[in-house]
Design a protein. Structure first.
Length: 188
């Protein structure tokens, strides 16, 4: 797979390792698309030859979720979570859609959070997807007891995270996140 996002990360194999990990975790038969790549120009995952309209639709569905999240549209992005979703994020482990929405309402009161899709891997079954996301946090006001470390108004943090989503009926049933890296000089 060729890296089309050199401005985000060097091509040191980290994205290839991410996609290889996706295959090993059960997403064999998936396709990987760098952010910004069109379906017609997508490079299939090595050895699978898979590139389907269903996977393209899954990516569009996921990008709509990110757009709603980035504009803090709690109603719109909240519809992506199952009532009993299991959520294991960097700052909280939660159960249930309302708990996730409440967490983000509180967090977005303190900071602006933006997610940028760097890499997307969607299972042909539609039951899972993996995303490499760049998360940018900018503090609107001081948050001395922020779960991942205090921030002062104006502080900015950026990190790269791998997030796996289990999906049923176009709803996330389980979300698991792992931090890959942070911006040089920033706390992780």
């Amino acid at each position: 797979m060729e890296d089309c996002n050199d401005k985000k990360l060097s091509t040191d194999g980290s994205r290839r390792a991410f996609v290889a990990g996706a295959v090993l975790t059960g997403l064999a038969g998936s396709m990987a698309l760098p952010a910004g790549a069109s379906v017609a120009k997508a490079t299939p995952l090595a050895g699978t030859g898979v590139r389907t309209p269903a996977q393209a639709q899954m990516r569009q569905w996921f990008e709509a979720y990110l757009a709603a999240f980035n504009r803090s549209d709690f109603d719109a992005f909240g519809r992506y979570y199952a009532d009993d979703v299991q959520f294991a994020g960097q700052a909280a482990t939660l159960t249930g859609r309302q708990a996730v929405i409440d967490f983000y309402r509180n967090a977005h009161g303190y900071l602006h959070e933006e997610l940028e899709l760097l890499t997307f891997v969607g299972a042909a079954s539609g039951n899972n997807c993996l995303a490499e996301l760049q998360t940018t946090l900018v503090a609107r006001r001081d948050w001395p007891d922020m779960p991942t470390g205090a921030m002062k108004a104006g502080d900015r943090r950026q990190s790269i995270n791998f997030v796996m989503y289990d999906i049923a009926g176009e709803r996330f049933t389980r979300v698991r996140s792992a931090r890959f890296s942070s911006q040089p000089g920033q706390p992780t």
